[in-house]
Structures are given as structure tokens and as C-alpha cells.
Design a protein. Structure first.
Length: 276
């Protein structure tokens, strides 16, 4: 380990070696990524389908029972989504370990018209297993693969990794009947016009092969890499988009700032290819 060289008795070192070892120690300390802190927040998003408003989503991260909890609640507020009383709620509780969120209990409840669908995931990190229950079916027990995550904690972990110098955007996500490997890539930074004003963002795209589907998210570094825009769809088909409308980060409520200048707009790509 580099640290054992840093604390080697100085009397045993000749000056030239000392300078070299000190330089190495300093370089290693500077290169070591700091553990990203997480802060409570709540964000409100609008949802549109093919350009038409259909609903809203509220996402929050708050302390809970000595740990942390992430919540997401989607409601249909316009059009068919409102008529069918569409609602989707997610909740995950867990603990922080060296700056990383470890999920413990995840739930999802989806209701659309007469459809009422639920599933749960219970993580047992000591046993290295996750138990998934869909409605009243028997539990499916699967071995955890690396740092397996649920859909909500994956978003939080994405933010943490994007804050690192060389982020690894390979994830293992627990789904209803499998643990799926998901890979993402970072696109060129982009200035984005939002309800909060002009924000520089880091766009991230899910890697797909031989598919016309696309999933992208824009993260704002100055807002702790919180997502400010997301989109999902299929080339030539439906296009779903979420855009941030309100944000309270810690005790600070983010107030709107000026819009993007013409120079900032010119520095951003006009469009991103959807040939996936």
C-alpha cells in the first residue's frame, strides 16, 4: 500500500529518495477520489408523452430510521393518464457505507385503471442474496452480483460515480425475475435550458445493441449531479420526457437563474443520434 512508504522513518531515507517518495505520496493523495457526500433533496418533474403533458413525478432523498430513504411518486394529471388514474410509487430504504448507498428494502406499486401491480426486493448483504416477491407469487431468491442495486438506488449511485474522475458506469440492477447488467456512456457536456435556468449538464446514455430504443439522462454537476432531464422512447415511436420544474437541495431552495446565452446554446449539440 502506498501509505506504508509515506510513513517510513525519514532517517532511513537519503534526501533524493525522500523527495521521490514524498512526490509519489502527494500524487496518490491527490488522485484518490473523495467520497461523495449525499444531501437530502426533493425534486419535482413534469412528464410529457410525444410533447403533450401527461403527469408529474416527485422524487426525494431523506433520512429515515437512522438510514436513508429514496421515494418516487408519479401521478397522471392530464389526458388519458389522468382518466385512468395512473399512479406509480417507489420506495427504498438503506444505509450508507463509505459514501455508497446500500439498499435494504425496495417496493414498487403501479396502478392504472383496474391494474394493481406490486413487487418487493429485500437485500441481505450478509448472505449475499436478494429476495424478490411479485404480488402474491412465491419469492425468487437470487445471488447478488457485485454492487447490485434497485432502480431507485441505481440513480443515486449514478450520481456518485459521475462525481469521480473516471466513473465506471456498469451496473447490476435487480428486476422482478433477474439481475440485469446495464451499461451507460457519457456524452458530450451540454448547456440545457431548464425551469431552474441555464445549467451545464453531463448527458448519460444507456448502451443498447440492435435496438431502436433509447434512454438518456442529463445530470447537473453544480446540483450534486441530480437529473434535470430524462427521456426514453423508440425511434419512430413514443417519446417520454421528464424535465425538472422545482428543486430543494438540503436547506436551500434553488431559485431560477438566467437562461442560456447564445454562446452557450451554440456550444451544445443540437441533437443526439437515436440510432441505437
Amino acid at each position: 500500500m502506498p501509505s506504508r512508504y509515506c510513513y517510513r522513518p525519514m532517517a532511513t531515507l537519503v534526501p533524493s529518495r525522500l523527495r521521490i517518495l514524498l512526490a509519489i505520496c502527494i500524487a496518490l493523495l491527490q488522485a484518490a477520489p473523495a467520497v461523495a457526500e449525499i444531501h437530502p433533496y426533493s425534486a419535482l418533474y413534469s412528464i410529457s408523452r410525444n410533447g403533450k403533458l401527461i403527469g408529474k413525478v416527485e422524487v426525494s432523498l431523506q433520512p429515515e430510521n437512522g438510514g436513508w430513504a429514496i421515494k418516487s411518486e408519479l401521478r397522471g394529471t392530464h389526458g388519458l393518464a389522468k382518466l385512468l388514474r395512473a399512479r406509480d410509487t417507489e420506495h427504498v430504504s438503506g444505509q450508507l457505507l463509505e459514501g455508497r448507498f446500500l439498499p435494504e428494502n425496495y417496493t414498487r406499486h403501479t396502478r392504472v385503471a383496474s391494474i394493481d401491480d406490486r413487487w418487493f426486493a429485500n437485500f441481505d448483504w450478509d448472505a449475499g442474496q436478494v429476495s424478490v416477491i411479485h404480488d402474491k407469487d412465491d419469492p425468487i431468491v437470487m445471488d447478488l452480483v457485485g454492487e447490485s442495486l434497485d432502480p431507485l438506488s441505481l440513480k443515486l449511485e449514478m450520481r456518485r460515480r459521475l462525481s469521480l474522475p473516471e466513473p465506471d458506469l456498469r451496473f447490476h440492477m435487480v428486476e422482478e425475475d433477474e439481475i440485469d447488467e446495464q451499461n451507460f456512456r457519457i456524452l458530450r457536456s451540454e448547456w440545457l435550458e431548464t425551469s431552474l435556468g441555464c445549467l451545464e449538464t453531463v448527458p448519460v446514455e444507456k448502451i443498447r445493441f440492435n435496438s431502436k430504443r433509447y434512454t438518456r439522462a442529463w445530470h447537473a454537476p453544480e446540483l450534486a449531479y441530480i437529473e434535470v432531464r430524462m427521456e426514453h422512447g423508440k425511434t419512430g415511436g413514443d417519446h417520454l420526457e421528464m424535465r425538472i420544474t422545482e428543486l430543494a437541495l438540503g436547506d436551500l431552495k434553488i431559485t431560477p437563474r438566467p437562461g442560456c446565452s447564445s454562446k452557450q446554446r451554440m456550444s451544445s449539440p443540437e441533437s443526439i443520434s437515436e440510432d441505437k
